[in-house]
Design a protein around this ligand. Sequence first.
Ligand SMILES: [Zn+2]
Ligand SMILES: [Zn+2]
Ligand SMILES: [Zn+2]
Length: 249
Amino acid sequence: MSYKTWKSQKYLLDKMSLNDLVKAYFTYPGIQVYLMLFFALCILAVYSLGRLADLAIVVVVVILVYPLVWYVLHRFLLHGRWLYKSEMTAALWKRIHFDHHQNPNDMAVLFGGLHTTLPTVVVVTAPMGGLIGGLSGAAIGLAAGILVTCFYEFCHCSQHLGYAPKSAFLERIKQLHMAHHFHNETGNYGITNYLWDRFFSSYYDSNSSVPRSPTARNLGYTDSEAKRYPWVAQLSTGSETAPIVAAKN
Ligand SMILES: [Zn+2]
Ligand SMILES: [Zn+2]
Ligand SMILES: [Zn+2]
């Protein structure tokens, strides 16, 4: 299925069941590319004959480093309030995070774009894996990074799904991510792992411990900012994106 065909269906998570989500997830072209790459990289890792101990170390390091990298990117890049200030990066920022905070239930803007996510995963995991275990280390590092990305994207989707998770862990991370969207966006940046939020003091577990933020939906791209930096607003008019308004909920 092409991205266009996939996108022509409306995937609104608040109106979907877990079954619908699984179907939409596995037919999403980006996820299919990840899974194909994952299997190809596993084969490459086996054929390039790395030491098993090195490969295990690479996988553990990727699993540890990945949440930190996404924490830093989410907090300082996506919520950094500088990507919309340049005409060159405004469209990118709109696509990779502004739209998701505007329309948190729209699965089409929830997934990170392949063209931005995949290079990031490559840069973070392949050189590190290569240093530890040569070619097969790089391959298994990237494979692990891709699989963790798939896990992360699925958890993120399920957090926006209109259902109450049975597992206490999923329920908990869902509640924390909902607070990031609807209460105060300057905290709880982790999606599946809030360790780094605790470490960098951006963790809050009850909505009464931090004030409600008026910019949780527009990420600081207010009407006055839109006058100074019009590019995101120009791209928003006429699209399915909701008008830029401060969060009322
Ligand atoms: Zn997000
Ligand atoms: Zn979200
Ligand atoms: Zn965010």
